[in-house]
Design a protein around this ligand. Structure first.
Ligand code: NDP
Length: 246
């Protein structure tokens, strides 16, 4: 059941995170929203509250462990517990390796990998002491299949896949009652392409998304589906994309 669950969402200021925040709040979840852009978060919280939902936000950089600890604290102080963390913040500055955009390589690893590690490190003690919790992460179809330009981005998303599967296995082994779900979206129309600095990669991606991209609401439906299952049921993985995208 989604109603009354306390759900932390990272990367909530746009795209998949924003769509998930709206849908889950609409279904009665208490959402705790994190990202770096405060204006977008304020507007989103306002919109959810006006629609009768419950939401708070915290400006956070997932790269910073203390920001992750802070959003878990905010959730517990405001709503008393944490039922779900949706580790969704991410960037996709694709480029060929030969372009040597090494600053972007490191930034992608920091946000897409360390952001997930920091989120889990911050929430795991709470999940263990509650004897329940649900960690959901946004990987990507790029974490399932390699493609030129996606060495770093795809690599970070492969990491998310492996990490979440081990979390699931260890939680089952240790009897901590923690559920996990990893989502692999294909082309979803969000702000993700805005940060591609390589001109050729940006053009190719824009063409692909213009042709195939679907609404982030579709991914939010999957997040809601995973949360809505009975506590004894784990939706391990979910691949989702446009019907028309090969
Ligand atoms: P958006 O760019 O719309 O959303 C990305 C979100 O991540 C924003 O809210 C952004 O907020 C946040 N974010 C980025 N860096 C940080 C950071 N350091 N700390 C905190 N928040 C951060 O794109 P999407 O909604 O598409 O992306 C969400 C996830 O989905 C990503 O992990 C992405 O890799 C994944 N994905 C997306 C696909 C697509 O086609 N759109 C396909 C496959 C996977 P802010 O800038 O305010 O911090």
């Amino acid at each position: 059941m989604i109603k009354d669950k306390v759900v932390i969402i990272t990367g909530a200021s746009s795209g998949i995170g924003e769509a998930s925040a709206k849908l889950l709040a609409n279904k009665g979840a208490k959402v705790v929203l994190g990202a770096r852009r405060e204006q977008q978060l304020t507007q989103l919280v306002d919109e959810i509250q006006k629609a009768g939902g419950q939401a708070v936000y915290q400006v956070m950089d997932v790269v910073n462990p203390s920001d992750n600890a802070q959003i878990v604290k905010l959730a517990k102080e405001t709503f008393g517990r944490v039922d779900v963390i949706f580790l969704n913040a991410g960037i996709m500055p694709t480029s060929p390796l030969s372009a040597l955009k090494t600053d972007e390589w490191h930034q992608t690893v920091d946000i897409n990998i360390k952001g997930v590690l920091n989120g889990i490190a911050a929430v795991l003690p709470t999940f263990i002491s509650q004897k329940s919790g649900h960690a959901i992460a946004t990987s990507s179809v790029a974490g399932l299949k390699a493609y030129p330009g996606g060495a770093i981005y795809g690599g970070t998303k492969w990491f998310v896949r492996d990490f979440m599967e081990v979390l699931r296995m260890e939680s089952a082994q240790e009897g901590t009652n923690i559920r996990t779900a990893t989502i692999y979206p294909a082309a979803i129309n969000t702000e993700l392409l805005n940060r591609i600095s390589d001109r050729n990669a940006a053009e190719a991606m824009t063409k692909l998304y213009e042709r195939y991209g679907i609404s982030p609401d579709r991914v939010a439906n999957v997040v809601a589906f995973a949360i809505d299952q009975p506590e004894d049921t784990n939706v391990n993985e979910f691949t989702i994309g446009p019907t028309t995208q090969p």
